[in-house]
Design a protein around this ligand. Sequence first.
Ligand code: CA
Length: 257
Amino acid sequence: MFIFRMLECTYQCCFIAGLIAEISPGMHYDPLMRLLLVEDEIDIQRFLRTSLEEAGYQVEAAGDGKTAERLAVDGQFDILIVDLGLPDQDGISLILKLRQLGLRAPVLILSARRSVDDRVRGLEQGGDDYLTKPFALAELLARLRNLLKRNSPSVIEATRLQVLDLELDLLRREATRSGELLQLTTQEFVLLEYLCRNAGRVVTRSMILDKVWGMRIQPDTNVVDVHIYRLRGKVDGHGQKPLIRTLRGVGYVLKDR
Ligand code: CA
């Protein structure tokens, strides 16, 4: 058993080291797509999360089926990566359940199960593509891009966001209000994109800190308030109908009507 664990560990380390060697500074960056990663091997999950974030994806990760279900229902994901061997349920059952709940985003199955039967079953039961472990990171990224391209309505939707007269071009990273270009910093653009994706819904300071700044625990900081203040000056500052509303003690909402 001990020897088996050792071998397994060595295999995983080689696998991860192999992946690390493939990251290059010139890697293609996808537009900010929301991706749900369902993987219970913590080292692989951590590594994939970092790599996918470096490739421009906004990643949520789950280590079991229950958490994945909750995240998939709450968040609007453009694409999912699902491992088949999960601790509480089979990945195929999870995909079937998510499809029944109305999930339309493409699903890439990532699994150590290599048999033709397993691959056919995965593709027939809700998976859109199947990649076996170990895999090359460049191939995973290429397959994700292909799936997103195939699912073109979601790409069109995800590369342009519009809330009333506010428009965001996610490829050019430009925002306009009534056709006028807004001079935003990178961080302000990411913050505005997050508000647009949640238009009409209240987002709290800690949600913003988590999603925009990647801080899990809310530190004693006013970084959100400062950025909202500046952003409001640019978005709402020209006598137009105010879009960014503060709900004192709760958070913010971008008005969508
Ligand atoms: Ca697994």
